[in-house]
Design a protein around this ligand. Sequence first.
Ligand SMILES: Cc1cc2nc3c(=O)[nH]c(=O)nc-3n(C[C@H](O)[C@H](O)[C@H](O)COP(=O)(O)OP(=O)(O)OC[C@H]3O[C@@H](n4cnc5c(N)ncnc54)[C@H](O)[C@@H]3O)c2cc1C
Length: 457
Amino acid sequence: MLTGEQYLASLDDGRATYFEGERVHDLPGHPLLGPAARTVAGGYDWLATQAVDGRSPLATVPANPEELRHMVDVVHHAGMMAHVTYTSIMTLATAGGRIADTAPQYLEPINACIEHAHASDVRITQCITDAKGDRSRPPLKQDDPDAYVHVVDRQRDGVVVRGAKLHITGASLGHELLTIPTKAMKAGEEDYAIAALIPVNSPGVKIINTTYATRHHDVRDFPISGNGAAPEGFVVLDDVFVPNERILLDGEVALAAVFAHSLGLWERLGGLSGMADGADLLVGFAQLIAEANGLGGEAHIKEKISEMIIHATVIRACLEAALSNAESGPLGAAFPNELYTNAGKYTGAANYHLMVRHLHDIAGGAILTAPSIADLEHPETGPLIRKYMGTREGVDGEYRTRLFHAIRDLTADAYGGWQAVTNIQAGGGLYAQRIVTRKHYDLDAAKQHALAAAGLT
Ligand SMILES: Cc1cc2nc3c(=O)[nH]c(=O)nc-3n(C[C@H](O)[C@H](O)[C@H](O)COP(=O)(O)OP(=O)(O)OC[C@H]3O[C@@H](n4cnc5c(N)ncnc54)[C@H](O)[C@@H]3O)c2cc1C
């Protein structure tokens, strides 16, 4: 297993990564991207304390619902890059099982990539979302043929791919890009049915970063984003050579969507587990700030918090149902239940903005206007802030000010904006979750039930 220090050193591998008009040569030393890299290093060190037979727990294939629940907790604790890596490994295992009968020639490279991930303890990011050009047109009808990643040259020992994968969480902080088709492909689109594991430092890979980590020099005002939010990567594959042993699918259009579908399940399970904790966090902040404001017993405040509690409980119930109803699949692995995973992720995403509205409604305007910690420390302004931000005995001004900072950072500032959009879009938008939920719901049984109730059977 890599140590955190070894991980940080491994990022110095010639990768072409950019931020706001400059190439980044020292990721760990970068003022905005560095804290995120160090958070990943911390995740490596923590995972070392959880090693199983000398290997990272990320090599564990859960065999039953209890092991699956344990892995969800481990991965959640280990952070974003552990989450995307575990999701990628389980995607490869899931997809391998699903194509074993129809395209067995890919099992060897798929299993070799899984073994490489385990043996080298690398971090893998999930590259699904293409640039997509005009959304109403398929790949071959786009003005620019590179709107979807495709093969542009075939050589004896591999292929050359071109295109872009957008919004790739943590792309610059990983070692490998699991690059898979974003959707099903049709006959004639064989060059677009390409899946591969591509090293981040391959010639032709360029990653343009954005981040919502705080830019404020005093991170005490940003207790959540100040810990280093993972950057998003705009990943360009500018004629990248992929050797044969790294090709996981090439040309089988009927199988193009297998990887994305396999990934969707694991990605949404991670999203659902994050949402369950996130919903509890919103409830906790709502209750704390209501009490600090002296309104913990007020009827309309209690009603809103009750609604937030119901939301948080439903999300957690879906997570529990997805884990308890895990199904057995390829490699004897336990798979989260698709129906509960997708219905829960959808419910969490669709109602997130309403829960944030309740929190903002309850908390008051100081979410935006609470003075900084530095102002609290100033000899002239500090006592005044304590006096006017305090509400009653036991609620001093600094405590209440810090609560407001956390609420702003989580829900109303740059990182809060990232949270709002991420809840909706990451793991596929609401539409995708509606489709999968509908696919797995027993609609016929519901119709029979309704017919019986109407006396029509
Ligand atoms: C913070 C963040 C992190 C992310 N991380 C990752 C990641 O790590 N890896 C990754 O691969 N992706 C990632 N995503 C991408 C995410 O999965 C996509 O944003 C999402 O699938 C929507 O794709 P899009 O952004 O291209 O929007 P669009 O596809 O343009 O969708 C916008 C709207 O148009 C609708 N729409 C699109 N096409 C059609 C059509 N043909 N017909 C009808 N309606 C249509 C959609 O349903 C949606 O309502 C991330 C996104 C965010 C915001």
